[in-house]
Design a protein around this ligand. Sequence first.
Ligand SMILES: O=c1ccn([C@H]2C[C@H](O)[C@@H](CO)O2)c(=O)[nH]1
Ligand SMILES: [Zn+2]
Length: 135
Amino acid sequence: MSDKVKELISKCLQARDMAYCPYSRFPVAAAILTADGAIITGCNVENASYGLTVCAERTAIQRAVVEGYRKFTAIAVTCDIKDRFVGPCGACRQVLMEFGSDWIVYLTKPDGSYKETSLLELLPLAFSPAHLAKN
Ligand SMILES: O=c1ccn([C@H]2C[C@H](O)[C@@H](CO)O2)c(=O)[nH]1
Ligand SMILES: [Zn+2]
């Protein structure tokens, strides 16, 4: 594992402690690696209305965009599930696709072990910004 991936995984695991999830009690975190090597984290932020809950992956990407980043290479995601690798929800996959299809995705267990996959594998035949330009 490269030092950068180690740092990405470790910051992702740390960010899980920041999750605001009083309703589901299901903390989730994400850490995004930008093309120039910065790491931006996110956690799920729930709401009493339930439907306004924002996933960890989307808080991370929104934070990254506000901080001026638009080029990304990888995202690590983690939750409390220990016995299997868990991927981002469908909504988050689509939101990641907005910023390119060639993301590496590290599905990370609480002990830091991970499975490497890609956004293309998680969202095949995706609709993306490129389709709008072709009309
Ligand atoms: O990809 C996902 C799926 C779920 N959650 C959060 C939303 C909610 O707070 C909790 C239970 O669904 O997990 C995420 O952060 N990311
Ligand atoms: Zn999601």
